[in-house]
Design a protein around this ligand. Structure first.
Ligand code: IP8
Length: 271
C-alpha cells in the first residue's frame, strides 16, 4: 500500500523572517531528520517550503506580487529593475532550497527538487503546470518544491505563487495523499488569541469555519496570504477527505507522532 503525505515547511519557521536570506539551519536539520524517520516507516514525504526572508522582503520591496509595473524602480538596491529582482528572488529561493536538499541528502534520502519557475505558470489555487514530475511514490525519494516567482500569461508577466497554493494542488490531485501538515514557527497551531499572550489553553485543537481564530497577517513583510491562506486552502483539502493539520515545526517529533497515530499537539482542520 502506498502512503504519502505533503508537509509545508513555513517560511517563518525555516528562516529568520526579518533578516534577508538567513536560514534556521538547526530547525531545518531537525525537520529533515523527522522526514527521514517517516520515510523509513514507508511513508513518502513531499515537502513544499515557504520563502520567509529569502523571498518576501525583496518581493515586497519590488512589488513583485503586483506583476510588472511600468517604470517602477527602487533606489539603492542591488538590482535595477523588477525583472532583475525576479531573477534575484528566484536565485535566493534556489539557495534556500539547496540548504534543505543537502540536509535530506546527508541523511541518505534521494531528493527530486522541482523549482516552480521551471514547471508552473499563473497564480492561485488553479495555477497551471502538470504534476507528473511528482509521480514516483518510492518512500526513499523525497519530492521538494517551494513558493516562487512564476511567469504569468498576461500583462502582469510574473507573480508570486505561494507554497500554500502548491500544497493544495498536490494534496488534491496526486493519488494516495493521506495528510497535509503545515509546520509553522512559534505557535502550536491555530490560536484563539495573539501568540504573545496565548497560554497552553488557547490552542484550537479542532477548527471548523464557525470557530474564530487569531489571524494576524504581517502584510508589511509578507507578499502572500499568511495564516488566512493556509486555512482557506487547508479547508478545501480537508473537504476532500484528506487529514489537514497545523503543528509547531520547532517540535518536529509532533509531526512524527501525528503520522504514527500517536498523541500529538496541534490543530486539526475539520472538513
Ligand atoms: O512563503 C512565497 O511563498 P510562501 C514565495 O509559501 C515568494 O507564501 C518568492 C515570496
Amino acid at each position: 500500500m502506498v502512503r504519502r503525505i505533503v508537509v509545508k515547511f513555513g517560511g517563518a519557521l525555516i528562516t529568520k523572517k526579518d533578516e534577508q536570506c538567513v536560514a534556521h539551519v538547526e530547525i531545518i536539520r531537525n525537520l529533515c531528520s523527522v522526514v527521514h524517520s517517516i520515510s523509513q516507516d514507508g511513508v513518502q514525504v513531499i515537502i513544499v517550503h515557504g520563502a520567509g526572508s529569502f523571498g518576501h522582503l525583496k518581493a515586497k520591496r519590488w512589488r513583485l506580487n503586483e506583476g510588472q509595473i511600468p517604470g517602477f524602480s527602487v533606489m539603492g538596491d542591488s538590482c535595477t529593475s523588477q525583472l532583475e529582482a525576479v531573477e534575484e528572488v528566484r536565485r535566493d529561493m534556489l539557495e534556500l532550497n539547496s540548504i534543505i536538499v543537502s540536509e535530506l541528502e546527508n541523511l541518505g534520502l534521494i531528493v527530486h527538487s522541482h523549482p516552480p519557475h521551471e514547471w508552473a505558470r499563473n497564480l492561485g489555487p488553479n495555477f497551471s503546470g502538470t504534476l507528473e514530475r511528482f509521480s514516483s511514490t518510492d518512500p526513499g525519494i523525497v519530492h521538494v518544491t517551494f513558493g516562487d516567482v512564476v511567469d504569468v500569461g498576461n500583462e502582469r508577466r510574473f507573480g508570486i505563487l505561494s507554497g500554500d497554493d502548491i500544497v493544495a494542488r498536490l494534496s488534491l490531485e496526486l493519488p494516495d495523499i493521506e495528510s497535509l501538515i503545515f509546520a509553522m514557527g512559534g505557535v502550536d497551531g491555530l490560536l484563539k488569541v495573539p501568540p504573545n499572550i496565548a497560554t497552553d489553553d488557547d490552542l484550537i485543537e479542532e477548527w471548523s469555519p464557525d470557530v474564530e481564530y487569531e489571524g494576524l497577517h504581517r502584510s508589511d513583510i509578507d507578499v502572500t496570504g499568511g495564516i488566512g491562506l493556509k486555512i482557506k486552502r487547508g479547508h478545501s483539502v480537508a473537504q476532500s477527505g484528506i487529514g489537514v493539520y497545523l503543528v509547531n515545526g520547532e517540535y518536529p517529533m509532533r509531526i512524527e507522532s501525528l503520522v504514527r497515530n500517536e498523541p500529538w499537539r496541534g490543530t486539526t482542520i475539520l472538513p
